[in-house]
Design a protein around this ligand. Structure first.
Ligand SMILES: *[C@@H]1O[C@H](CO)[C@@H](O)[C@H](O)[C@H]1NC(C)=O
Ligand SMILES: *[C@@H]1O[C@H](CO)[C@@H](O)[C@H](O)[C@H]1NC(C)=O
Length: 306
């Protein structure tokens, strides 16, 4: 029962409580902090892909000098004739963001969008190869030069083809400079194509772009593979990161419009593309060989405007 006699007791109780807080309050604070840190760490780890060991370059970064990662060359090149000044002596990967401008990447994406709008795969992955004319259509491919003929003059212009040639030459120059090669000894080889990927389910094997592969095993003529990204990871699409699959870890490159990623094509660069989970990813694949017998000419505008 409350009464005046209890006031003193209450005062004691208050003094005891504040003494308790004084000695234990900081302990509680530390505990709360530990719980918070634990939660943040858990959220961070849970949001990370357990298979990704390292991100080589983020989308938000701008790489102004080639960022080079050297790996030991595989023996794949021994199965082919060696071309001094071209055949990889130093193998690896490199990334550069200022050889092609974002404006140029945008123009190339528009070109790809217009071409791919003519058809496209039923699955999530379509390609357009301006050299051979191959374009995904439904569950197969058509040759745009045969199938669309003169209609193409409404879709492509000579400017598109000259931009492709200009950018191809610049990629060739940066590969040669980075690996100390004679640029005139590298030749464009096939296939060279634009790709468009979204999250629609694969309908045929052609749509299954995510399997690990080695370019030199798939295409014997390849010595250097390059990718020019035409859209931005995180902004235009999610998923779709490029992954180098090394025995000691998976290393990714996040696509960025205007970013060139290039690498020696042998087994030292086993890779895959992560499945796109949202949005549309555009890229251009440009590959080079040291073997003149596998050289191809730059694509040219096939239709003379009337
Ligand atoms: C993927 O692209 C195709 C072709 O433009 C389109 O028909 C399809 O709806 C797209 N899928 C998604 C999930 O956006
Ligand atoms: C790399 O990723 C694959 C899945 O794509 C996984 O099976 C493999 O264990 C990963 N490698 C390493 C070393 O983490």
């Amino acid at each position: 029962v409350e009464g005046p006699g209890n006031i003193k007791n209450r005062g004691n109780a208050l003094r005891q409580a504040s003494a308790w807080r004084g000695s234990h309050g900081s302990l509680l604070g530390v505990l709360a902090l530990a719980v918070m840190l634990g939660t943040v760490t858990w959220l961070f780890l849970a949001s990370r892909d357990p298979y990704i060991t390292e991100t080589l370059v983020r989308q938000s970064e701008v790489v102004l000098q080639p960022r080079v990662y050297t790996v030991e060359c595989s023996e794949d090149y021994d199965n082919y004739k060696r071309y001094p000044g071209c055949t990889p002596q130093t193998c690896g990967r490199a990334i550069i963001d200022n050889s092609v401008t974002r404006e140029e990447a945008k123009s190339l994406r528009k070109l790809a969008e217009r071409g791919l709008a003519l058809a496209g795969s039923d699955g999530g992955a379509s390609i357009l190869d301006l050299h051979s004319g191959a374009l995904s259509m439904g569950k197969q491919f058509v040759n745009i030069y045969r199938y669309f003929g003169e209609q193409l003059s409404d879709v492509f212009s000579e400017k598109d083809f000259s931009l492709y040639r200009e950018v191809r030459a610049r990629i060739q120059a940066v590969i040669a400079k980075t690996y100390d090669l004679d640029p005139s000894l590298l030749y464009l080889t096939k296939p060279t194509f634009f790709s468009r990927i979204n999250s629609t389910q694969a309908k045929t094997q052609h749509d299954e772009y995510w399997h690990p592969h080695i370019d030199k095993v798939t295409y014997g003529s390849f010595d250097y593979t390059s990718l020019l990204y035409l859209s931005d990871y995180g902004a235009d699409f999610t998923g779709g990161r490029f992954i180098f699959m090394d025995s000691n870890g998976n290393r990714t490159v996040e696509p960025r419009a205007g970013r060139i990623s290039f690498f020696s094509s042998g087994s030292e660069n086993l890779h895959r593309v992560e499945e796109v989970s949202w949005g549309t990813r555009y890229a251009m694949t440009v590959s080079f060989t040291c073997d003149p017998a596998h050289a191809i000419a730059d694509p040219v505008m096939p239709i003379t405007p009337v």
